[in-house]
Design a protein around this ligand. Sequence first.
Ligand code: HEM
Length: 402
Amino acid sequence: MGPRFQNDDRVRLYREMYEQHGPIAPVVLPGDVPCWLVLGYRELHRITSDSALFSRDSGLWNQWPNIPADWPLLPMVGKQPSILYTVGERHHRRSALVSDALAAVDPFELRDRSERFADQLIDRLCGRGSADLIADYAKELPALVLAQLYGFSDQAGAELVPGINALVDGGPDALRGRDRVQAAMSGLLTSRREAPAAGVASRMLHHDYSSDFSFQEILEDMMVNFVAGHQPTADWIGNSLRLMLTDDRFAASLSGGRHSVAEAMNEVLWEDTPSQNIAGRWATRDTQLAGRHIAAGDLLMLSFAAANADPQVRPDRTSFTGGNSAFLSFGHGDHRCPYPAQDIAEGIARTGIEVLLDRLPDVELAVSAHALVWRSSPFLRGLASLPVRFTPTPTSAAGVYR
Ligand code: HEM
């Protein structure tokens, strides 16, 4: 949680922990609650591959008697009735339901919708000559596109954006934001239950496995899809734009140079992944791993960021810009980010960045690279703001650009 974690020294910090403690480090969470932080690539891969030994069921946690009702990490670790904490055969069916509903999203339609919303957002700011690409762009686009894919109208989707951002920002409006999004999601599902239509919500309700799950469980998974989909995709856009605007290898590509948007996005998933750390897995019995004795019910926090930079896997820290996708940023194993969800995130982020660079070709940082501030979360990594300037340009024809 210290200042080194918040700035660009973070990877060195993970490496120092690795050198001092090995691939699995003993750490404490707020309130001196003990857990293991998994820093090693191989160990993280092993843990996420073995869901019988390392379960996603947080009910197994041996620390529950020490956790107060107002513990700040409860939203990250607590038991929720969603796909995230479901295990075994029930999880397989639930995962198939979610994946199938997302897999039916047509990639051309996804690109088309992402372009249309990107153009509308740029229309709002292009005459100004300056913008904050986080608040004005990255934190809007994924929610607008996802809402549309789920079955909301454009208007209803736009109304969800402040609520979901309040929820993920975790400030004083977080619970109000969650309630607003949940009420809208519940309304959409109710109407689709009665009248099936296009969209993810309807497909989740009318799947072969739907009868295995209650309305409330499907609602929970729609919330996971929306919340777990919006913020990391927003951070992927923001972190990739930061790289392109601050690194000479990419700066040239703003005017058609050497390194592409896809390469920047790939490098971000290695070096600056939105998914830094996640809780986690719980040991189902006593075991040994990397020389550590892990007791039944111990919590293992997964550090995707540390594993991606594991000195055993990347001794010289060579950059993997060239399209190597062996990063662990989407997780691994049964509970990894569903493949169609990864494709959706990629489609939104890539289109969003390409349209922005197309519409604002001379966009540049309005502050020095060192003045950029990261949000303080140890879980998701993203910028608090990304101030830029550019030559003011006219709006596209009513958001229909190209
Ligand atoms: C850059 C964007 C994204 C990143 C980095 C990301 C990362 C992750 C990670 C690391 C997990 C695994 C959690 C674990 O192992 O316990 C996960 C799970 C999940 N993600 Fe994503 N995700 C992204 C976008 C999305 C999108 C766009 C959606 C939906 C449209 C989505 C839906 C889900 C769901 C439903 C799960 C739970 C899977 C399960 O527990 O079976 N994600 N994501």
